[in-house]
Ligand binder design. Sequence first.
Ligand code: UN1
Length: 513
Amino acid sequence: ATTFGIHDALKQLGIQDINPGTSTGSNNFSSGDILASHSPVDGALIAKVKTTSKEDYDKVMEAATSAFKTWKNKPAPLRGEIVRQFGDKLRELKEPLGKLVSYEMGKSYQEGLGEVQEMIDICDFAVGLSRQLHGLTMHSERPGHRMYEQYHPLGVVGIISAFNFPVAVWAWNTALAWVCGDVCVWKPSEKTPLCGIACQNIAAAVLKENNLPEGISCLINGDYKVGEYMTQDARIPLVSATGSIRMGKIVAQAVAARLGKSLLELGGNNAIIVTPDADLKMTVIGAVFGAVGTAGQRCTSTRRLIVHESMYDKVKEAVVAAYNQLRIGNPLDENNHVGPVIDKDAVKMYQNALKKVVEEGGKIIVEGGVLEGEGYESGCYVKPAIAEAENSFEIVQHETFAPILYLLKYSGDVENALAIQNGVVQGLSSAIMTNNLREAERFLSVNGSDCGIANVNIGTSGAEIGGAFGGEKETGGGRESGSDAWKIYMRRQTNTINYTTELPLAQGIKFDL
Ligand code: UN1
């Protein structure tokens, strides 16, 4: 692991490479099986990590519940100060952490840096928020009474995150949860355990410098079984899970069975509608970055391009021409646009999807395929592909986490495009390319996009942290990150205070003794 300064980056992040059982994060009790992390970039073993056994998990929960008692009693702005320091550490370590994200996950170095920037941004947001955890005051219907609401810390928040954003999604949750007075237990994806350890090391250092218990930030490692410890644990009032719809359904049912709360951010099947009034150049940039960025492994990746028939040939030609310019290769080399997918299973899913779309009657217009030869030894590099398809195809209805773009045609009104766009089970991100005000407003109206994110003249991916992030339908309904997403991390209490010597009842009820 000597390429592109990876070794130095790991060192700066406190990770020893090629060292069995290196899993740390100071509050590490891991004694379970060994998990090896291989880079999809060159196939090399980066390091080995110990997973969390049930006994380890119970120790982690003890540390977390005990830390909660301290943390919840710190004033919120003081908690914000800790998050500020955490954000500052991330600024210092942006390059090595971005590099590790790129090397362990496979996204481009630029996108790795962008992901760390999202962490920094959410820290800044959370610091401000720490003085704005506002509740409302209400006018009581009774004389001499006062009513208000306040938000209290919730407890231990369980975070299950996916490989594709191995650090940012944790930070969205954790930065908010921390200022809200919660402590966090995080299970990163078993495909990117070192990103988890790096973040844990950074958090642990900040906590230590401030003489705070490390249980405020806890890391557990392993596969779905480790996640199940949390979903079934009544000591965890909120489980925030990012991943596939399949996983989300399992998590939601387990958490609901004990009447816990879950925050779900699941799959997308995101489309860009290209109307007759679209700017062609913007459309191409938005669509191509959306479809091939992160090798099509964002939950916001553009999967479907719904193009008006009058624009269809032009758009098709321009997008195909852009695909021909794409350079695929080592994502740490900034000359490349597209890196590898996460592993060989992902390659198989990609191949199956391409096979399936042809079987269902689709036509491939940009050939896919797995790259071989020098630089592609990991076997995880695939060619971004485009297929002309129909929305009703089973494979088009399904989210394939790979760089495959489906080209769909519509005719007539924007309503017809909307019917196609909304005609899937997922509801995460959506976009329209148009300079026509009426079309844009129809897209955003009650009869428009049914997604949690609806953009005009922007692609489907690359949301800013200031807005609430998440989607409807089988995307799970959760909202993370900005706006008032913080509220789910707190418990709301309504308080009514009587400062008279009478006890009048609400609703005018008479009860004389
Ligand atoms: C994800 O893919 O899980 O909007 C998150 C985006 C990024 C976050 C994606 N800011 O593409």
